[in-house]
Design a protein around this ligand. Structure first.
Ligand code: PEP
Ligand code: MN
Length: 353
């Protein structure tokens, strides 16, 4: 992918790039007051939802196009750029006619290739910056697919927003971060800028600051955060919105760690990791060789490959030992299941010989 910069004139290429504003544009006064107070905190790009996809009917579905002139005032009177969510061809046309600077595609829309294609088709020929949120389900291919549809329609100023993934089991987060998924997207398209949306991941005000810090530590390019002049009175997502001043405080206190530092001690540590990985590979190969021997034995004695009781015992013992060594049970289980799969594959080969 050959992308062009998603940054607009006057926006510095410095981490974090910040987009902030209310979940929904509610009234002209709310938009203007929030934007004025965000500007005072150094924010240069204002977000405001005009069309709101709600999971259930009955929630506030956005003011619609009557809100677009309010965003015009934000541009003209305050000199901020504006960003809105679009979910269909009509939204795109109205947003472009309304002079919106930046578009984003919401999580529910990214999950639907028909909608993304419809949006891509009306955007053909435009070079407006478009940010693509991850789909609600943890599927990097679906996320990439949406980005590719826009790219194939000729759009080059593209970026991605990580807003977490929905799950039935809501504990701490509203949407589970699954950080490895945006990291995987970054591995596949390294030049694609990546924002984190801590508001929709966290779902609660108090989680926003730690999530912002985590995103910066994972080298995200920026943040898109919900901020409202009276957060607790917001018509949508009230629990997760911050006042502009609270957001300002977070932006002042997060630590941006230097990325390109490659000190002597870091390379020494990396050499250690390389050596350990080599040892790990050698041990794994050795384990596979023993496993093949077991396969031969089983074949000669007419025993089945899979011995469930033995497998269960291995899983339980190793997981308990790993926990004592400070590794998570999930991690150990994933690792052992993968090793066991490869072992079984090798023993099956022996059986078929
Ligand atoms: C939003 O940004 O307000 C929104 C609806 O987000 P998402 O698409 O991530 O749910
Ligand atoms: Mn919201």
């Amino acid at each position: 992918m050959e992308l062009q910069s998603i940054l607009l004139p006057g926006i510095e290429a410095k981490r974090p790039l910040v987009i902030a504003g209310p979940c929904s544009a509610e009234s002209e006064e709310q938009v203007m007051e929030t934007a004025r107070r965000l500007k005072a905190q150094g924010v240069k790009i204002f977000r405001g939802g005009i069309w709101k996809p709600r999971t259930k009917p009955g929630g506030f579905e956005g003011v619609g196009e009557v809100g677009l002139p309010w965003l015009r005032r934000v541009q003209k009177e305050l000199g901020l750029y504006t960003a809105v969510e679009v979910a269909n061809a009509k939204h795109v046309q109205q947003a472009l006619e309304g002079g919106v600077d930046i578009l984003w595609i919401g999580a529910r829309t990214t999950a639907n290739p028909f909608s993304v294609q419809e949006i891509a088709d009306v955007l053909r020929g435009s070079d407006i910056p478009v940010w693509v949120k991850n789909p609600v389900n943890p599927d990097p291919d679906l996320w990439m697919g949406a980005i590719e549809r826009l790219y194939n329609a000729g759009l080059r100023r593209l970026g991605a927003i990580h807003r977490g993934f929905s799950s039935f089991d809501k504990k701490i987060y509203r949407n589970l971060p699954h950080w490895h998924i945006p990291i995987e997207l970054h591995r596949r398209i390294p030049q694609l800028p990546l924002l984190c949306d801590p508001s929709h991941i966290g779902g609660k005000r108090e989680l926003i600051a730690p999530l912002c810090q985590q995103a910066m530590d994972l080298n995200f390019d920026g943040l898109i955060v919900e901020a409202h002049c009276r957060p607790e009175k917001a018509w949508s997502d009230a629990e997760q919105q911050l006042s502009p001043e609270a957001l300002g405080l977070i932006l002042d206190t997060i630590v941006i760690r230097e990325v390109t530092q490659s000190t002597e001690s870091l390379s020494a540590l990396r050499r250690q990791i390389d050596e350990l990985d080599n040892k790990l590979l050698e041990v794994l190969a050795q384990r596979m060789r023993v496993s093949v021997e077991i396969g031969t034995y089983k074949k000669e004695h007419n025993m089945p490959v899979l011995q469930t009781a033995r497998y269960d015992e291995i899983l339980q013992n190793r997981i308990a030992e790993a926990a004592q060594l400070g590794m998570s049970e999930d991690f150990m289980k994933t690792l052992l299941v993968a090793i066991h799969e490869e072992s079984v594959r090798k023993q099956m080969q022996v059986m078929e010989e």
